[in-house]
Design a protein around this ligand. Sequence first.
Ligand code: ADP
Ligand code: MG
Ligand code: MG
Length: 252
Amino acid sequence: VPHFTIDGLKATVEGKEILKGLNLTIKGGEVHAIMGPNGTGKSTLASALMGHPKYEVTEGTVTLNGEDVLEMATDERARAGLFLAMQYPSEIAGVTNADFLRSAINARREEGSEISLIKFIRQMEAKMKELEINPEFMHRYLNEGFSGGEKKRNEILQMVMLDPSIVILDEIDSGLDIDALRIVAAGVNAMRSEDRGFLIITHYQRLLNYITPDYVHVMMQGRIVKSGGPELAQRLENEGYDWVKEELGIVD
Ligand code: ADP
Ligand code: MG
Ligand code: MG
């Protein structure tokens, strides 16, 4: 069972401190949601966890099963089992969706046990069908000319194919219509298991109607300031964030 721990994480972007001592532990079988106002550092957290070069970690530790994640390069983090779906997925010219996925899957495997091309294509076709992704997308360049919704579904395809142990989804719901949201949520729910933990970052409660979290955390000013269960998300939806600020005496 995976065990992912963030302890006292501080990070800067272009010299400005955005994460100011963030603590969170995610174990296999758990779904955690982080909600928070815009500009509070949610995407910065996701980027720092994946080792994006623009985000400099200045303090704290991140471990996966006791191993130091911050010491790993981005591809090593992926190999260790971390998966991150970005708020703004990037396009990669000249690399098809299929190429990208097959090399990502093989990078996670031991040398000599690479997935066969036939098996890979069969798996990819089956999963694309489940996620209602047009079969043409297999041979399209990664994210190039994909609509917002297509990019998000494609990220879920990557997640399903890569079988990660810790999944971080940053605003996977943004720009999705209700049908696409249902498909994405079903993809996530089907992946819930003891062998996997989830961190769902979202600005809106709507997504959490489809993916019920075990824990909901409120992030403000670069920290988790309050934690609870799904009822906390509901209250934020109904009442906004001001009551949290008042309760905790946060001034912005
Ligand atoms: P959220 O995802 O909660 O809306 P972000 O992590 O995107 O918040 O942003 C937090 C703060 O960090 C904002 O003030 C934002 O302007 C700043 N920031 C984030 N990423 C960058 C970047 N790549 N370059 C400059 N500033 C950034
Ligand atoms: Mg934002
Ligand atoms: Mg964001």
